[in-house]
Write a protein that binds this ligand. Sequence first.
Ligand code: GLC
Length: 431
Amino acid sequence: MPKTNVVAPDTSWFVHDRFGLFIHWGTYALAARHEWVKHNEQIPDGVYEKYFKHFDPDLYDPQQWADAAANAGMKYFVITTKHHEGFCLWDSKLTDYNATNTPCGRDLIKPMAEAFRAKGLHVGFYHSLIDWHHPHFVIDNLHSMRNHPDRAKMNESRDQKQYAKYLHGQVRELLTKYGKVDVLFYDFSYPVMTDGRPDTTKGKGRDDWESEKLIAMTRKLQPGIIVNDRLNLEDAPGGWDIKTPEQFMPREWVKVDGKPVVWETCQTFSGSWGYHRDEASWKSVGQLLRMLIEVVSKGGNLLLNVGPTGRGEFDERAMDRLRGMGEWMKRHSRSIYGCTSAPVGFLTPQDCRLTWNPESRRMYLHVFAWPFRHLHMDGFAGKVAYAQLLNDASEIRFNEKPGDAAKTLTLDLPVCKPNVEIPVIELYMKD
Ligand code: GLC
């Protein structure tokens, strides 16, 4: 990596806001059986084309999407401008394989960015480095044509450099035509193939994407943009700004070389990212809220995904989860925004998660399993000035024993669990 004079972007808005919406939308929404369907079923271009020909999201209303996200308490969003299938949601001048040439006939990104911005959300673009449609993307072991008998022959005419040029050109379009872009989520690198196949080709990484150049351009066109960690520039200075564990809850604050870093986990409601009609593994509102709380208690962000339908809507299952989370966030977002993990020395009581707002100096105790009737908080005695339930600001009285070595503070809770998904006790800490 050439020496970069990159000033690390300001991530303060990002770590304050904590909760964002991921949107995976492309022609795979019509197949409705995973955004990797082209790879999974090894569908040739000529067959896959039917989804392009029938892509007609007549109910698409980005204002409704932005409302749903804002009402859920989300503060930023990240849209797939292009996923691995190669289809582009915007009016790219570099390919015909974009939304304007489908029955929908228009650029879908512009009104989306505008609608979310108008609602006060930060704007993020996910952009796939992988492209199973571009004629110069060299067929590797992840490609939808990996088992084609003429693979080697097909690769003879492919020039990955041409693809890199296309990739850079498209990112330039995205970063110059849609106003301020706050986040770029590149996806993804696989320099070493680990699927156990004979390694007839290598995977793809920084050399294939020309990642150094790509990130330099990204930062130049959008100063202050926050870039994720999938360009295969792990060890390059300025090669990434945030770590992005996927479908995975880290045990603790994510660290690199022993130092805590800015991190965001992305998660789905069910299993796939694109709209999946038949998937039954949807998480409950309670599970999703516990996920959000746990992430914040470890100093991270949650990017939660919706896969809109081919008609352009968030389906009922997604709306139900978003509404449920919003219902809780309406009264409890104070324990999420601006919060992080509790300072050392404050032990997390059993079945609880702690978050801490260093500015307001308030600690939030999230009670995952409502006890009868006392909750013991070690390390807290002498440090709390006042305590209340967050949902209704009703006082919670507490006791502490002078001279207690464990410095235990005991909360005196009502017998009945408050009628909210996850009760939170707000503790005003002494200075
Ligand atoms: C991936 C997958 C994918 C999804 C994404 C989200 O690596 O390829 O389909 O878009 O991660 O993080």
